[in-house]
Design a protein around this ligand. Structure first.
Ligand code: KIV
Length: 261
């Protein structure tokens, strides 16, 4: 996992996107993304839950297997869902299940408060990506997806969290919805790469939920996302065209008949 620090030293920015299925993983891998995250955002953009707090370990295991089948080159990281790492013993047992599904590393949400869990996972030989700032698994307690690190006191806590996960041995740390200046200071203060999401332009890399990037979850798009495509609109067009052509003809068009084998 030394290579991620070396990328930072060379000033090479790290690209990371989420996947939950085989075709998306394969397309991301073929496009050359560095890291594919089987995030617990799975719960929101694929399973239709309100937030990530209902996602189970078995759901992440199932989707990790599909992603791994589609990936040859990128690093597959799988998320530990809420309450699967409440104790260091749980953390390592559940991280082993994600590695058993084919992930090459795991991610959990938390900084200094989770140092024992992070160390236990790393002692078991499992690479770990940390995640600090806005923690989606805490969204209910927080009352929304709010910007973190706005005041000097908050920035100081986040800096200590980043230093704690670095000292514990994380190979990278996600900074979610952190004030840009705080994200810049953290990125300058630690040697492991920071991977930003909604945290300004000064992180060492960037991660997004793929559905947000390609416009595949049109019902909610975070303000910080600049979509690069409108896949939902393309799908709607194709669905409507199919419905129209099917309803508009008495029989299916000749080309819909399979050729005899
Ligand atoms: O679950 C997820 O997709 C994530 C990223 C947004 C960082 O944690």
């Amino acid at each position: 996992m030394q290579q991620w620090r070396e990328k930072k030293e060379r000033g090479e920015r790290i690209t990371a996107l989420t996947a939950y299925d085989y075709p998306t993983a394969r397309l991301l891998d073929e496009a050359g993304v560095d890291i594919i995250l089987v995030g617990d955002s799975l719960g929101m953009v694929v399973l239709g839950y309100e937030d990530t707090t209902q996602v189970t370990l078995q759901e992440v295991v199932h989707h990790t297997r599909a992603v791994v089948r589609g990936t040859q080159r990128a690093l597959v990281v799988a998320d530990l869902p809420i309450h699967t790492y409440d104790t260091p013993a749980d953390a390592v047992a559940n991280a082993r299940q994600l590695i058993g599904a084919g992930a090459k590393a795991v991610k959990l949400e938390g900084g200094a408060s989770h140092r024992a869990q992070i160390e236990e996972i790393l002692d078991a030989g499992i690479p770990l990506m940390a995640h600090i700032g806005m923690l989606p698994q805490q969204v209910r307690e927080e009352g929304g997806y709010k910007l973190k690190g706005r005041t000097p006191a908050e920035a100081e806590i986040l800096l200590r969290d980043a230093q704690a996960v670095e000292a514990a041995g994380a190979f990278a740390v996600v900074l979610e919805i952190v004030a840009a200046e705080t994200a810049r200071q953290i990125s300058a203060a630690i040697k492991i790469p920071t991977i930003g999401i909604g945290s300004g332009a000064h992180c060492d890399g960037e991660i997004l939920v793929t559905h947000d990037l390609v416009g595949l979850f049109p019902w909610f798009v975070p303000k910080f996302v600049k979509p690069e495509a409108d896949v939902a609109a393309e799908m709607r067009k194709a669905f409507e065209a199919f419905i129209k052509r099917t309803r508009g003809s008495a029989a299916p068009p000749p080309e819909s008949q399979a050729a005899p084998v």
